[in-house]
Design a protein around this ligand. Structure first.
Ligand SMILES: NC(=O)c1ccc[n+]([C@@H]2O[C@H](COP(=O)([O-])OP(=O)(O)OC[C@H]3O[C@@H](n4cnc5c(N)ncnc54)[C@H](O)[C@@H]3O)[C@@H](O)[C@H]2O)c1
Length: 429
């Protein structure tokens, strides 16, 4: 049976490589759409959790995993030879940066090597990991064609950027439009048929390069606008203007303005990283991405600025950093998630540690952390006592904000979580 027909009849077997924040929700959505899904991961802990019907991603309901596993439509494995049984495979592995801010393609290459070993006629492969424009055509296609099969004729290859927004209660994998670009028109058609079965809206584009660039435009747009609003926050502080009030008023304009908010810096596996994939690639064409570099510079300096504000707060009580007991509320990179990759709260902790502060934290989603020399366990919110300064680094909705100004002598609020509270011991960005 032809792949398109198998997809339409939900008889295609789907593989998802990398069962993290992106891969697990996608695998569950395919299974819920009626496909037979196998998740592949190198992490045995994740594989055993899924096979036991458990979820380890906050946005994926345990009952959804359990229902799919019990129904026999979802399973996970570390055995890559099972890739040979798949009709379509989605690659959702990490794409981090090296210390030099160059793309680290090792995970994508390793996943592609496994697929290449088991590539067979009629197979569809879609890369979902965020990457620089040209990856699908320049890295994956040659690896697969080296097996003697021709793209668009013997197998299909496409890129479809993942847009998952962890903890977003309105938009999920199913109702977020999916951009799809194939290597050839036949590849686009096959990939569109795959996603149409599991997501509400598919947006076809003309090539894999366009699809890759779409994702980088989206994330660069966020990084640059956050950089801009962070700079506005820094200048507003100097000019004694409340930046939060300015943004609230500006966003009443019903057209031509979109609010972005200042904060302690960028976090997560996307916004701090993806724009540098683009600037790295553009450099190869002799193009310097000035906006990206500048936004990276401003956003990267925000943890230092937060520490400066903590210093100003301590100063009002004639206290030094050295020996001050400073407690962070929220370690995850954004509210209501457990992901602490690239979280600016970790940078703030390091900077405070170097200044001799005594540190503790509360984060209901991050029970413990090991960051350089720091090894800390989350303290229950009610048990936080005897501190000199509380820092709201992430505004989880579970925190009791109303009680904070009365409980703690000083509060540095990097997220405007105490909006409208007139207490004099609150220091905002
Ligand atoms: N997290 C997000 O919000 C988000 C949003 C949109 C796009 N993305 C992009 O999606 C991709 C995946 O991100 P993520 O957050 O899901 O990462 P993740 O770290 O949560 O998950 C990746 C998974 O891949 C597994 N893995 C690594 N190498 C493997 C290999 N060779 N074979 C099989 N499994 C392997 C890891 O064990 C891990 O479970 C990245 O390119 C990221 O930029 C992430």
């Amino acid at each position: 049976m032809h792949l398109k027909e198998k997809l339409e009849k939900r008889q295609a077997r789907i593989g998802v490589i990398g069962l993290g924040y992106v891969g697990l929700p996608l695998a569950v959505e395919f299974a819920r759409a009626g496909f037979d899904v196998t998740g592949f991961d190198v992490d045995e802990w994740k594989v055993s959790h899924i096979n036991a019907g458990r979820s380890y991603i906050l946005d994926v309901k345990a009952e959804d995993v359990e229902n799919c596993v019990t129904a026999g439509t979802l399973r996970a494995t570390t055995d890559m030879s099972k890739l040979g049984e798949m009709d379509a495979v989605d690659i959702c592995v990490p794409t981090p940066l090296r210390k030099t801010k160059d793309p680290d393609m090792s995970y994508v290459v390793s996943a592609a090597e496994q697929i290449a070993k088991y590539l067979h006629p009629g197979m569809l492969i879609v890369l979902e990991s965020t990457t620089y424009p040209g990856t699908t055509a320049e890295v994956l296609q040659p690896m697969f064609e080296a097996r003697g099969l021709k793209v668009g004729e013997d197998f299909c290859l496409a890129f479809s950027p993942e847009r998952v927004d962890p903890a977003n209660e309105k938009f999920n994998t199913r109702n977020t439009p999916k951009v799809v670009g194939g290597t050839t028109p036949a590849c686009s058609e096959a990939a569109a048929a795959l996603y149409s079965a599991a997501v509400d809206t598919v947006v076809p584009v003309s090539s894999t390069q366009v699809a890759e660039m779409v994702k980088l435009l989206e994330n660069t747009f966020r990084a640059v606008n956050i950089g801009l609003v962070n700079e506005i926050a820094l200048m507003s502080h100097r000019m004694n203007i409340d930046v939060w009030e300015v943004i609230d008023a500006a966003k009443t304009k019903p057209f031509g303005f979109m609010p972005f908010y200042p904060g302690p810096g960028l976090g997560g596996h996307c916004i701090p990283i993806d724009p540098f994939y683009l600037s790295w690639k553009a450099k190869q064409s002799g193009f310097e991405c000035r906006f990206i570099e500048l936004a990276g510079h401003i956003n990267g300096s925000m943890p230092e600025y937060v520490v400066e504000r903590i210093g100003e707060a301590l100063n009002t009580k004639k206290k030094a950093f050295n020996g001050a007991r400073i407690h962070l509320f929220g370690i995850a990179y954004k509210k209501d998630v457990s992901d602490m990759r690239e979280s600016p709260a970790l940078d703030i902790l390091q900077l405070l540690h170097r200044r001799g502060a005594e540190l503790s934290y509360t984060d209901p989603h991050v029970p413990s952390l090991q960051e350089g020399p720091l090894c800390l366990r989350s303290v229950a919110e009610d048990a936080v006592d005897g501190i000199d300064c509380a820092v709201i680094a992430t505004d989880h909705k579970t925190f009791n904000y109303a009680a904070m100004p009365g409980r703690f002598p000083l509060i540095v609020d990097t997220r405007n979580a105490l909006k409208g509270n007139p207490a004099k011991n609150i220091f905002r960005l």
